[in-house]
Design a protein around this ligand. Structure first.
Ligand code: ATP
Ligand code: MG
Length: 686
């Protein structure tokens, strides 16, 4: 008799779960690829596979599970734990230290690098730069090389970093990157090469890594056969979700960890590949089977369990027109009379209003706020909605949107912690030293130079006489930095805050509100086991923003979800609203340049639509604010609905004919008639 948890699966899901596990082969089978469309149960199957391994005796500490976000990893661990507890009983203790190695590629890379730092000549106290820090460092190097002054048309620091990052992640020679992706940046090849060499050197000298380095160093580390065997040997099983969004470096790491592919399972959907702007390549998943000899087993799934038939039809209608696609259309037996709604409203304020009304109406029918989500193309699109939700006291959580991390005072605090961790980190050092009165860039640069080469930089710092006009402030800073070493985590963050507050009062007028942020930062920090883990995780995957920050408490844990489409990957809600489903937004103006970009925008819309289980509402404001997207600055544009969705698969509504949840049948019929007329008229104008 087989376990109950396997009986809920369909035959193909089950064969994926059991692949390579059994009396004939023990626990570790050959490489496996599960490739299938949205909502077909890929992630669920992967979770069952992990649980099945553990139930059959695999050691959870020797399972490496990589997902695209920390949230996804946590969710997967919960599912695995639930199944294991059901089967093995709560007292089994199998999962007490659970899946210790579940996380993102970057997060896992950072952890491995700390473990192996010494062996690869890396100082274990390295700090990690986020994109903004990286751009700042790029800028510093650019100034040193004199490119910015003499060459006014030299690409901006952001473009330089993007080119660098593309080169690293795609493992493509710079000249090809420029030709293929940055044709307008021509004639600067030799300067860029010098700049990138300088940037790499600066990072090494300062003991800092950027995002790309986490993968690059990891790949470098496993290119050594001994280290590869050692690291690969830590894990019997390596499983990766959302494989379509990995890049060349990530796949090379996997291949080095598990040459031959034994114990390797990857899962994904080529139609949901939406990270090519970070050099992710769909070739990874398409070429996976051929990487091995004999080739990997491939399992496809064709039944969607998530969405109603009408939602699935609309999503299929979008993706069917894609140029290239491996996964086939899905089917479902979830019938529904209602097609997805497309609602035309006047502007973004009407859009926000409508959504709030509808969300509340849904709630009246028993759908919790948590079962509803609002998705958008770019993070700044949810502004008007956030204002409206706050005004009406409706709690919400915005995925990855913790804006206060970008504010100057929070960055100041983090700079202190980073500098304490790694006094060679110049971007952090510059920020910290210039908080003191009397210290400008030049003095800061000199101080940092003086301590740079020292094995004990903080000791040297203490010996440097106070710069003129810095007096007591200098002494207090030195005391703080020395004190931090003794105080331990998380006590040290309160010390930093006490030290920083007088500076805050001096620098900022609205110091009181900012102090509240610092308290909140302290609270977040205390949830992490160490300073290093806090800094790493905050940099790699910022926590979610809650409406608490806008003064709306998260009542009884129920809250509406706000998310970019990118961050909504892999998730599902009963009701999904999508903002600004208009040409210029999705596809984005910036995404219509090449067929390749346009195709990615199409997949992005597909990802968004396939998050919905029961109801999908696409919003089309006729006028919308483009935020800071345009070089000319903020402006409004007049928009029409996205070109991607075939009209016949939707129901059209306009202001004044707004549907509310669960109308009576008579109301519904009346709406239906209006809708069909509207749809027909639109089709005529198209
Ligand atoms: P995505 O491509 O969006 O990541 P996915 O393929 O990973 O989707 P899951 O999130 O694993 O799909 O599953 C989608 C939904 O279908 C979940 O609610 C899951 O519980 C449900 N589901 C999956 N398999 C089955 C099954 N055999 N029987 C019933 N429900 C299932
Ligand atoms: Mg999934």
């Amino acid at each position: 008799m087989s376990a109950a948890y396997l009986e809920k699966l369909n035959d193909r899901q089950r064969s994926a779960v059991e692949h390579g596990i059994g009396p004939d082969h023990g626990l570790v089978g050959g490489p496996l690829l599960i490739i299938a469309g949205a909502g077909s149960g890929k992630t669920n199957t992967l979770a069952h596979r992990v649980a099945h391994l553990i139930v059959n005796g695999a050691d959870p500490r020797r399972i490496l599970l990589m997902t695209f976000s920390r949230r996804a990893a946590a969710e997967m661990s919960r599912r695995v734990e639930r199944i294991c507890t059901q089967v093995l009983g709560a007292g089994s203790g199998v999962m007490t230290d659970a899946l210790a190695w579940a996380g993102t590629f970057h997060g896992i890379g950072a952890r491995l690098l700390r473990i192996y730092a010494e062996q690869i000549g890396l100082n274990v106290d390295f700090t990690i730069h986020d994109r903004e820090d990286s751009a700042d460092l790029m800028n510093l190097v650019r100034h040193e090389l004199g490119f910015s002054k003499t060459e006014s048309r030299f690409p901006t620091k952001g473009t330089c970093l993007a080119i660098y990052s593309r080169t690293v992640n795609s493992q493509t020679p710079l000249n090809d990157v420029l030709r293929n992706w940055y044709p307008w940046v021509s004639g600067w090849e030799s300067q860029l090469k010098a700049l990138f060499a300088g940037y790499v050197e600066a990072k090494q000298a300062q003991n800092v890594l950027d995002y790309d380095d986490l993968l690059l160093y990891w790949a470098q580390m496993v290119s050594d056969p001994l280290l590869a065997a050692d690291i690969g040997g830590r894990f019997d099983h390596v499983l990766v979700d959302e494989y379509q969004d990995t890049n060349k470096l990530q796949s090379s790491v996997l291949m080095a960890l598990k040459p031959g592919g034994r114990g390797l399972t990857v899962v994904g959907d080529d139609a949901q590949s939406i990270y090519s702007f970070r050099a992710a390549t769909v070739r990874n998943i398409l070429d996976f089977p051929k990487e091995f000899s004999p080739p990997a087993d491939v399992i496809t799934l064709d039944r969607n369990y998530r969405s109603t038939q009408t939602i699935l039809a609309a999503a299929n209608g979008v993706i069917e027109l894609a140029r290239e696609r491996f996964t086939k259309n899905l089917w479902t037996d979830r019938q529904s009379a209602e097609r997805p709604k497309l609602l035309t409203v006047r502007d973004e304020s009407d859009q926000a209003n409508y959504i709030v009304e509808q969300v509340l109406a849904n709630r009246e029918t028993g759908m919790r706020l948590k079962q509803q989500a609002v998705l958008f193309r770019a993070s700044n699109h949810s502004g008007p909605l956030e204002v409206e939700l706050t005004r009406r006291n409706i709690p919400f959580v915005k995925f990855g949107g913790l804006k206060f991390l970008d504010s100057a005072h929070v960055k100041d605090m983090l700079a202190v912690l980073r500098f304490a961790q790694n006094p060679r980190d110049r971007v952090a050092g510059f920020r910290l030293l210039q908080m003191l009165p009397g210290i400008g860039p030049q003095t800061a640069g000199k101080i940092l130079d003086a301590i740079a080469a020292d094995p004990e930089p903080l000791m040297t710092l203490a010996e440097i006489p106070s710069p003129p006009k810095s007096g007591d402030d200098w002494v207090r800073l030195v005391e703080l930095l020395q004190g931090l070493r003794r105080s331990g985590w998380p006590a040290e963050i309160a010390m930093v805050r006490t030290w920083y507050e007088p500076h805050l009062d001096r620098i900022h007028e609205d110091a009181e509100t900012r102090k509240a942020d610092l308290l909140q930062l302290e609270q977040i920090a205390s949830g992490y086991p160490s300073r290093e883990r806090f800094l790493t995780e905050l940099t790699l995957d910022p926590p979610d923003a809650t409406s608490d920050q806008a003064g709306v408490p998260l009542l009884d844990e129920d809250y509406l979800i706000l998310s970019t489409i990118h961050s909504a990957k892999g998730q599902e809600w009963r009701a999904v609203f999508m903002l600004n489903v208009v040409d210029g937004c999705i596809p984005s103006d910036l995404g219509t340049g090449t067929t390749h970009d346009l195709e990615e925008e199409r997949r992005l819309l597909y990802v968004g639509m396939t998050r919905a289980k029961d109801s999908l509402t696409l919003m089309v404001p006729q006028r919308f604010f483009t935020g800071g997207q345009h070089a000319q600055g903020d402006r409004h544009v007049y928009a029409s609905r996205t070109r991607f969705i075939p009209a016949t698969l939707l129901q059209f509504f306009e202001t004044g004919t707004w549907p509310l949840a669960n109308p009576t049948t008579a109301e519904r019929n009346a709406q239906q008639i209006r809708i069909d007329v509207a749809a027909r008229m639109r089709d005529m104008w198209r």
